[in-house]
Design a protein. Structure first.
Length: 222
């Protein structure tokens, strides 16, 4: 437990320093590099897909022809999505270290892993996808960047496409000293402002979540 707490404290320090320096996306690769190949040093690396995503994938077939996973980390959500049926799955992360790690973990994967910046994606990501999966990336940015992050995620959704979002829900009286910076329910309006319609919202908890940690899963359609 102490080892996990140390990793979280170190990650928070790296993130706060990057945010204070005006580089809110500049801390992710540092966390992966400092981990030295040990997933236990990456606080969000569970080495399994998000339980909420896994539940949604098991409840109904995925009919999307292509899908993209935003901020894919070590690749577990992307692999679960690929196993569920989309013909093509792309997964990207701003951290080249994370992408290299994914490729080592899943050398035979049919997922297309690539390093990319959500705010300045390459042309082939800008075309839009039938399904966009966003798990824990929005909450990794401070609240003053929330509108920008949500807009960038929404731009990946093709006409007629869907967006699935899995995040922590804000419950404290004052904003927490992130990361992560959980979302208020009203923050989902940022996606609506980008031309998406909310079609599903539900609360959920992981078995190991501490007191006061509440998560949500939401779906949108363009």
């Amino acid at each position: 437990m102490r080892r996990v707490e140390d990793a979280r404290a170190r990650t928070s320090r790296i993130a706060r320093e990057a945010v204070a320096a005006g580089r809110p996306a500049g801390w992710f690769d540092a966390v992966y590099r400092n981990a030295g190949g040990d997933p236990g040093q990456v606080p969000w690396a569970d080495l399994q897909p998000s339980p909420a995503l896994a539940g949604w994938l098991s409840a109904a077939p995925v009919t999307a022809a292509d899908a993209v996973v935003v901020g894919c980390g070590l690749g577990d959500d992307a692999e679960a999505l690929a196993a569920a049926g989309p013909a093509q799955v792309t997964a990207f992360d701003i951290s080249q270290t994370a992408i290299d790690w994914c490729r080592r973990r899943f050398p035979e994967s049919r997922v297309r892993y690539l390093q990319a910046d959500l705010f300045d994606p390459p042309a082939d990501l800008r075309r839009g996808f039938d399904l966009v999966v966003e798990s824990q990336t929005v909450q990794a940015f401070p609240p003053d960047r929330r509108a920008d992050v949500c807009a960038a995620v929404a731009r990946l959704v093709a006409p007629g496409g869907s967006l699935w979002v899995f995040q922590r829900l804000w419950e404290a009286v004052a904003d927490p000293n992130g990361p992560p910076w959980p979302l208020r329910r009203s923050d989902l309006d940022r996606f609506v402002e980008q031309g998406l319609t909310e079609t599903r919202f539900e609360l959920w908890r992981r078995a190991d979540d501490g007191e006061g940690v509440v998560r949500f899963a939401a779906a949108f359609r363009r």
